[in-house]
Design a protein around this ligand. Sequence first.
Ligand code: WT7
Length: 616
Amino acid sequence: MLQIETRSEQSTNPFWLELARERLRWRREPTRGLVGSFDSIAERPLSWFGDGELNVTETCVDRHLAHRPDKVAILWEGDTPGDVRRISYRGLHREVCRAANALRSLGVQQGDRVILYMGMVPELAIAMLACARLGAVHSVVFGGFSADALRDRIVDSGARVVITQDVSMRGGKRVPLKATVDAALTDAVEHVVVVKRTGDTVAWSTRDVWWHTIVDAADAEHEAVAVSADHPLFILYTSGSTGRPKGLVHACAGYLAYASYTHATVFDLQESDVYACVADIGWITGHSYIVYGPLANGATTLMFESTPSYPDPGRYWEMVQRHRISIFYGAPTALRTLAAEDVDHVRRYDRSSLRVIGSVGEPIDPDSWRWYHDIVGEGRCTLVDTWWQTETGGIAISAVAPARTTKPGCATRPLPGIQVSLRGTDGARVHGEGEGQLCIDRPWPGQARTVWRDHERFVSTYFSQIPGAYFTGDGARRDLDGDYWITGRIDDVINVAGHRMGTAEFEAALNAAPGVAEVAVVGYPHPRKGQGVFAYVVPERGATIDGALLDASCRASIGAHAKVDSFRIVPGLPKTRSGKVMRRILRKLAEGDQENLGDLSTLSDPSLVDALKAAI
Ligand code: WT7
């Protein structure tokens, strides 16, 4: 570890180049590391290992056939406890080859986009890898998104093929994915491939084809398509502070090298580990730490179809016992819910196999941290609080196992190769102990390359605030030891139960609800979800506002995971004389703070503040 650290400090380029050469299987070895810089990123996206050629599935699958063909690659635990499927690396190779041949027979080629709208079934990982094997670009859309949200992503990506399943099972409930795809489809989509999960009857049209019909019949050998290192591997849509979700593009080599490096390093991965990340593949955590990182490293990776409380709050720890899980990686929102239950749900199960436990997606509060560390991990496991984002591709700030940390809620240090800074509102660096906007000062290979078909948006979103640095959108504090504490988003992104959403998306959805004249949405501290959604609604003259209709509107335009937690009817929104909504005031009031509203002199109607206070 020390050696890596010194090497990375001397010069990042040889460090990353050596790392990528070692970690990936190449068709043509790269001779270059990074080409480009944050200063020139507006003219040209950064290139990592740009003269190299590879196919990522040869690193994630083929390479393991020599050393660990019979090792379990994917360990699937279905919705019903104990419903288990085990797919070896040999089996994974066969299935990925078959699926690649099947997609090829539908006309999928290098550069084509394929939308995956699925639950947590092994075919999802197989489909991702099959796309990658063809050089096609997958875009996984979380199965909770509505038909409208799915359509936006189909249209923006320009996909002609969608892969889905009949119905998905989650916590004993059926989620009708195929029906949602039918409602989302545009004429541009030529084929819908349907995995049979439950066997429920689904509507069928001439463009539909069963996964098993084409995959089972396909040849089990497939020659992977070698692509350039910078070729896009996937698009993942994520919410920002303004407008519609952006399709972040991750490129093959840099992304995979970084996912592999961080997965092996942070969790101290050993050959015999049983590794479980209980996130959903619909988000970046699942891409990097269920599929690409673990498979690149030849690990056994668990895929979990269900929820933390089904059939009871002991489900995670029951799985730990059943599979002898040694590394467990989960989200604070689930941990908070489980920590509120009887500890017997944890103690009942043997957790002696656990060695490293991780947290991801939002700040972990000290109480949940202690419960996770002391009770779940019996005080003997390393707890890694991992900070990163869809944009970073992989973990950027975290403790590294087996080193222990005793600071509940502290993400600790940037990983070797990552250089961060804290900046004041004027962009000036904060030195030593202090707080500021969290930036990353130097390029790293895991970084998203661009926004799909909108490089300008990529540049203006991340590189216009602080010249020469990547702006994360988070605030952070550095303590006297030099450790980092993430304080949360400082832009208009809210993190509700680990789901990243933009207040602008909520506002667009709520504006469409009957009787709504104007609306503003902010986040506020929520005991279970981390942040909740708080809406200030200005009704049309004489209209009454129905909370159920507000919810229905969000559900239709975003998805089932988008709910308004609290709303207030107000006579107007606090605006500056130039018409800009003063969100700072709305945030403070939603937090329950009526005193520290700051300077109100620029408001066009200062008397409105009293009306807002009265409405809270
Ligand atoms: C945002 C990114 C990390 C992958 C899953 C979420 C917040 C993430 C932490 C953490 C405090 C965290 C940040 C970040 N966040 N991890 N350990 N401590 N906050 O990816 O959906 O792109 O969301 O999640 O606010 O910006 P994402």
